[in-house]
Design a protein around this ligand. Structure first.
Ligand SMILES: [Zn+2]
Length: 187
């Protein structure tokens, strides 16, 4: 795994307006949160801890970019699902990276950590192959516009911890199928 330094995000006005609707936060507040998030992710404390946490997996997922964050007690905590230990994000320069929640991920059993890294790695591959394109709130899957369904599913997930819509998104169906296959192999 490669520790990824998150660049300063140049967020489009469309993207920030959508986020403002999703989280019911003003645009200046969201921008303040974004800058604070970037500083936090790139801080020495977080990067050191992340390198310890990812050490056991570094030879399995050698080329995957990874960032870490510790949302508990941060102002921007509300913008992330409270129960998600790991996810894939895209920087505004178009680099996909795995984002590890350092408050949750290290507490998972070893097998769960392998499985969730495998799941997110499927998404990285989908993005590298151009099948999945996430550009802020715009989402294209194999050429079809899934933006509205994605925003709706994300809203349900973040605000109500409702996973059904999210898991039915086609790129998630693929990642969950891979996870299940891996789970059988680990048994
Ligand atoms: Zn997924």
């Amino acid at each position: 795994m490669k520790l990824f330094r998150l660049p300063c995000q140049m967020i489009s006005s469309e993207e920030i307006e959508n986020a403002s609707k999703v989280f019911s936060l003003s645009i200046p507040t969201l921008m303040k949160y974004q800058r604070s998030f970037e500083q936090h992710v790139n801080s020495d404390v977080i990067r050191n801890y992340l390198s310890i946490v990812t050490e056991p997996f570094k030879d399995i997922y050698t080329n995957s970019n990874v960032c870490g964050f510790s949302p508990v007690g941060q102002e921007w905590e509300v913008c992330f699902p409270a129960t998600s230990p790991i996810s894939v994000n895209v920087s505004s320069c178009g680099n996909p990276y795995i984002l590890i929640n350092l408050n949750l991920f290290p507490n998972l059993p070893f097998n769960e950590r392998i499985l969730s890294l495998g799941h997110e790695n499927v998404h990285l591959k989908q993005m590298e192959e151009g099948r999945l394109i996430i550009n802020g709130s715009k989402v294209l899957w194999e050429g079809d516009d899934w933006s509205e369904r994605y925003i709706e599913a994300q809203k349900k997930l973040v605000l109500e911890n409702h996973q059904e819509l999210y898991r039915a998104l086609p790129w998630e169906v693929e990642a969950y199928a891979f996870e299940e296959k891996l789970r059988d192999e680990l048994r």
